[in-house]
Write a protein that binds this ligand. Structure first.
Ligand SMILES: *Cc1c(COP(=O)(O)O)cnc(C)c1O
Length: 421
């Protein structure tokens, strides 16, 4: 039996209806921007394996740093103990985060980073003797699948069984040039009428909402109002962080900096899971007291795992290197040229781009996980390119080391696939 067959016996895959889903493709190795399956087929990883492996798969520099860390210290409890990889990572990460970020709290994935942020925001008010319980989020936001993260996510098509158990959330539309005044009014009204603890948003690009983009100046208006009203702002940069939008963080484009930031995915370069919730001194200060109960009693077994920290540290070293910075410009410009061409295609309704993220909408209606969407996916895979359309949106977010030739192969697969529609 091959791997694909053996998979079916005991494995339950994420986001999958196994009865209707086709067999899972067994990947046996990966190098740079390429995935290899058990039948010897190659696929260019056009989505960097869910936006994680941005410095390329099995990057030798990161491997070397992790190997040396593994031989020195594998893991130690992060309560009562500390270690060099976490300390060095904290210094390095704080040096590239927006200037108001001061403290880092570790967890394991994007969803837990959001849950930590929500708990921090709620306890921030609680510790300041204010009972605030309402969270405001953007429509169509996605923040993860644990309970807190799922509650604030607006993309709730599959959340039916859980909705009545959610925490208290209200949603506002994503502000744009036409609705800005109304959205601001709605936001102010919510703050006046309810005890609003926090506002959570994906800055500039809403990933799971099919790479929907908004302008920095519009979201900034909302953040200013939040700040004036002591509503804790939580930037979910799980997807946008570490160069995706052209700068290190999407928040770098926005004047008002968040009180709290959530980081994961590319943070640990696709090597091992890790997440960080960072916050400003103002948030931290609300927990810093003689009273033990004012502390933040949240923790995960693998908090601050030294090997994950070493991967993250190596990743940031690569991110700020001249080589990767030049690659970011090269890929961005390459996408811009492709955009100029493909936006005129009769089957393309619209296109958009922010840094490394390019997306196009087809002028065909499709279900998010429907048949036509699956056909598109199969067609790309047949052409040796891994792209996972979100409904009728095709997007590219390739590793930063993707070569020009590989980029051309991705574009060609898109051209051919939509011509066949
Ligand atoms: C992926 C993602 C999450 C959830 O992260 P997980 O590691 O899958 O739990 C949260 N927010 C955003 C914006 C994401 O893209």
């Amino acid at each position: 039996m091959n791997l694909q067959e053996r998979d079916k016996k005991h494995l339950w895959h994420p986001l999958t209806q196994h009865k209707t889903h086709s067999d899972h493709i067994a990947i046996t190795k990966a190098k740079g921007a390429v995935l290899y399956d058990e039948n010897g087929h190659e696929y260019i990883d056009g989505i960097a394996s869910w936006y994680t492996c941005v410095y390329g798969h099995c990057n030798p520099y990161i491997i070397e740093k992790m190997r040396s860390q593994m031989e020195t210290l594998d893991h130690v409890v992060f309560t009562g103990f500390t270690h060099r990889p976490a300390i060095e990572l904290s210094e390095k990460l704080i040096s590239i985060l927006p200037e108001n970020q001061e403290k880092l709290f570790f967890s394991d994935n994007g969803s837990t980073a959001i849950d930590v942020a929500i708990k921090m925001a709620l306890q921030y008010h609680y510790n300041n003797n204010e009972k605030r319980g309402k969270i405001i989020a953007l429509e169509n936001g996605f923040h993860g699948d644990t309970f807190g993260a799922m509650s604030v996510s607006g993309l709730s098509v599959y959340n039916g069984p859980f909705e009545e158990f959610f925490i208290d959330v209200s949603r506002i539309p994503v502000p744009n040039s036409t609705n800005l005044t109304e959205v601001k009014e709605q936001f102010i009204k919510l703050i006046k009428e309810e005890k609003v603890a926090a506002f959570v948003y994906e800055p500039l690009v809403q990933g799971a909402a099919a790479m929907q983009m908004h302008e920095a100046k519009h979201i900034n208006e909302i953040l200013k109002i939040a700040q004036e009203n002591n509503v804790v702002t939580i930037a979910d940069e799980v997807m946008t962080g570490f160069g995706k939008t052209g700068k290190n963080f999407a928040s770098d484009y926005i004047e008002t900096k968040p009180n709290i930031m959530c980081l994961s995915k590319a943070l640990s370069a696709g090597m091992v899971p890790m997440a960080i919730t960072s916050c400003s001194q103002k948030i931290y200060n609300a927990f810093y007291a003689d009273d033990i109960q004012k502390g933040f009693f949240h923790g995960h077994t693998y908090s601050g795992n030294p090997i994950a920290c070493s991967a993250a540290l190596a990743g940031i070293e690569l991110l700020v290197s001249d080589e990767i910075q030049q690659n970011l410009v090269r890929i961005q410009q390459s996408h811009e040229r492709f955009n100029e061409e493909i936006k005129h295609h009769p089957k393309v309704a619209s296109t958009r781009q922010q840094g490394q993220i390019f997306a196009l909408d087809l002028n065909i209606q499709m279900e998010r996980y429907g048949n036509l969407r699956d056909q598109l996916f199969q067609s790309f895979m047949k052409k040796g390119v891994c792209l996972r359309p979100l409904g009728n949106t095709i997007y590219i977010l390739a590793p930063y080391i993707t070569t020009d030739l590989q980029l051309q192969k991705i574009y060609q697969a898109i051209r051919e696939t939509i011509n066949e529609l």
